[in-house]
Write a protein that binds this ligand. Structure first.
Ligand SMILES: Cc1cc2nc3c(=O)[nH]c(=O)nc-3n(C[C@H](O)[C@H](O)[C@H](O)COP(=O)(O)OP(=O)(O)OC[C@H]3O[C@@H](n4cnc5c(N)ncnc54)[C@H](O)[C@@H]3O)c2cc1C
Ligand SMILES: NC(=O)C1=CN([C@@H]2O[C@H](COP(=O)(O)OP(=O)(O)OC[C@H]3O[C@@H](n4cnc5c(N)ncnc54)[C@H](OP(=O)(O)O)[C@@H]3O)[C@@H](O)[C@H]2O)C=CC1
Ligand SMILES: Nc1ccccc1C(=O)C[C@H](N)C(=O)O
Length: 470
């Protein structure tokens, strides 16, 4: 059995999974001086000819940026991202209308997943106390001894021991499997009935086919398509739809008919032949939400990133939450002087409510993106929220702002949002009632010529009706 090389007097930390969170976490542990080894089942993506994996690009926001900042990577990654300042809503008739994400100057960034992963691995490798091992697939491990069994690309097994095992091995975590065998481990997994498919929109005459600084959305109530810009001036379009709808489309002509009906403005931009071909390139992919607790076993092992909390992608927060996990762990390490027996339970205590809250928020945001944005009431409420935020910036903060542009704990975002909704809706009701009563009083006191009132009243009624959800 091999003990991990001792390059310092510090304890040895094995990070299982060299994806986004694993690579970043390696930097966090290395910065603290631990002896870090990363074990990644895939080949080194920096040398790979084909990079396999989910979603070409990701939305990076404040929480993720703060974590990158901690290891000196924020500026570099941000400079390679494309700011998206608003949702750009494409209605069925081809009309486009923006809904800003926050105040002027607030935006989320579209970043390239593969590039981000490569840069983080390179950053981890710059620490002399870090070693990266590729083609190491975790097969099994023992919670009692902390011993891990890896299968290498040559088919040989290798046993490795560490003081702390950090499970960053994604939504289908092999580390988590041991947790499932333990008493009092709570676990739930939900596959939503919708799948997703990625399609590429190429540049036109060397330029972006649509306005680049937006996250484009085609909201069709029960399904939607979105598009995020890439540095090579392409857009990655993602179609989210119930699996049964995907399955109904079986020929190239049916793809075009479907797009003609729902996303006609996108057809010339993606191209008829490309659409007919790419729709059938890969089957629609599943999306799963995983909640579990606790995140640790004794002082031996802790789960972070998707291994602890895979969420559906609709808030663009999965990676951001995983990156924030690293900051929270760091804060608890500081608080408990790196004593794993105290740090691990405290990390579970602090982090579980927030990761569970972001999982719920991610489910909610699918409905907001595909349906609520079509509703005039939603747009009106958004304007009211923004106005109140402008007038009382500390008291009223829109949910999207809290989640995306602050580090307010996710569960507090939810609680505050519910409270704000009650207050604002109550306020609107009181104002409306006040207007009606005040108006009635004035009318009774000074009865006007009834004929002059009919036309304005009709107009107001029509406007009110237009505010309802279509
Ligand atoms: C379609 C889609 C769009 C998304 N968009 C966004 C977005 O815009 N913004 C955002 O914040 N998040 C987004 N996410 C979520 C984001 O992809 C994940 O939250 C993020 O990748 C989690 O990182 P991770 O390191 O925990 O897991 P992963 O990125 O999955 O990394 C896990 C790593 O562990 C390795 N591994 C797995 N098993 C083993 C094993 N047995 N032994 C060794 N290594 C192993 C894997 O090869 C992988 O490299 C999206 C997700 C999807 C599916
Ligand atoms: N929240 C979500 O809905 C999802 C999120 N993701 C996240 O997206 C990111 C990138 O994913 P990507 O690298 O493409 O992952 P993949 O889908 O390529 O899966 C990586 C590995 O996980 C195992 N795996 C895949 N699907 C399943 C399954 N249904 N049940 C059990 N094991 C499975 C496979 O391991 P083996 O080769 O041993 O079979 C596979 O090689 C990661 O963050 C991942 O966590 C991924 C999928 C869904
Ligand atoms: N990256 C994503 C991937 C899939 C689905 C949504 C996103 C988003 O980022 C949505 C964005 N936060 C929004 O609310 O408009």
């Amino acid at each position: 059995m091999e003990q991990m090389n001792s390059r310092s007097n510090k304890k040895k930390v094995a990070v299982v999974g060299g994806g986004l969170v694993g690579a970043l976490n390696a930097c966090f542990f290395a910065k603290r001086g631990f002896d870090v080894e990363v074990f990644e089942t895939r080949e080194d993506i920096r040398q790979a000819k084909i990079v396999k994996g989910r979603s070409i690009n990701l939305a990076l926001s404040h929480r993720g940026r703060q974590a990158l900042k901690h290891v000196g990577m924020e500026e570099k990654i941000v400079s390679q991202g494309i700011p998206m300042q608003a949702r750009m809503i494409h209605s069925q008739d081809g009309k486009q209308s923006p809904i800003p994400y926050g105040k002027k100057g607030q935006y989320i960034l579209s970043v390239d997943r593969a590039n981000l992963n490569k840069q983080l691995l390179t950053a981890a490798e710059t620490y002399p106390n870090t070693k990266l091992n590729f083609d190491y697939k975790l097969q099994d491990w023992s919670a009692e001894t902390g011993q891990m069994t890896f299968v290498r690309s040559d088919g040989l097994e290798e046993q490795i021991k560490a003081d702390l095992i950090v499970g960053c091995d994604g939504a289908f975590s092999a580390i988590r499997k041991q947790f499932l065998r333990r008493s009092r481990f709570n676990y739930s997994q939900t596959y939503i009935p919708h799948g997703y498919m990625e399609l590429t929109m190429p540049p036109i005459n060397g330029e972006f086919a649509m306005k680049p600084n937006y996250l484009h959305i085609w909201p069709r109530n029960t399904f939607m398509m979105i598009a995020l810009p890439n540095l090579d001036k392409t857009f990655t379009c993602t179609l989210f739809m119930p699996f049964e709808e995907f399955e109904k489309i079986t020929t190239g002509n049916e793809v075009i008919e479907f797009f003609q009906k729902y996303f006609s403005d996108a057809i010339p931009l993606i191209g008829v032949d490309t659409l007919k071909r790419d729709y059938f390139r890969l089957p629609a992919q599943a999306m799963v939400s995983v909640k579990c607790t606790p995140y640790h076993i004794g002082d031996k092992c802790v789960l972070m990133g998707d291994a602890a909390h895979a969420v559906v992608p609709f808030y663009g927060q999965g990676m951001n939450a995983g990156f924030e996990d690293c900051i929270v762990f760091e804060e608890v390490m500081e608080q408990f002087n790196e004593d794993f027996s105290a740090v691990l339970p405290e990390y579970t205590r602090v982090r579980v409510p927030d990761d569970h809250a972001v999982a719920d928020l991610a489910m909610y945001n699918y409905v907001e993106m595909r349906a609520h944005v079509n509703s005039r009431w939603f747009l009106f409420r958004k304007r009211v929220d923004n106005l109140l935020h402008f007038l009382m910036p500390r008291t009223i903060i829109p949910l999207y702002t809290m989640v995306t542009f602050t580090r307010t704990r996710y569960h507090e975002c939810v609680e505050r949002w519910q409270w704000q909704n009650k207050v604002i809706n109550y306020g609107l009701l009181v104002s409306a009632t006040g207007l009606v009563l005040g108006g009635s009083y004035l009318l009774i006191k000074n009865p006007p010529d009834i004929n002059k009132l009919i036309i304005p009243a009709e107009k107001m009624w029509n406007r009110l009706m237009a505010l309802r959800t279509p």
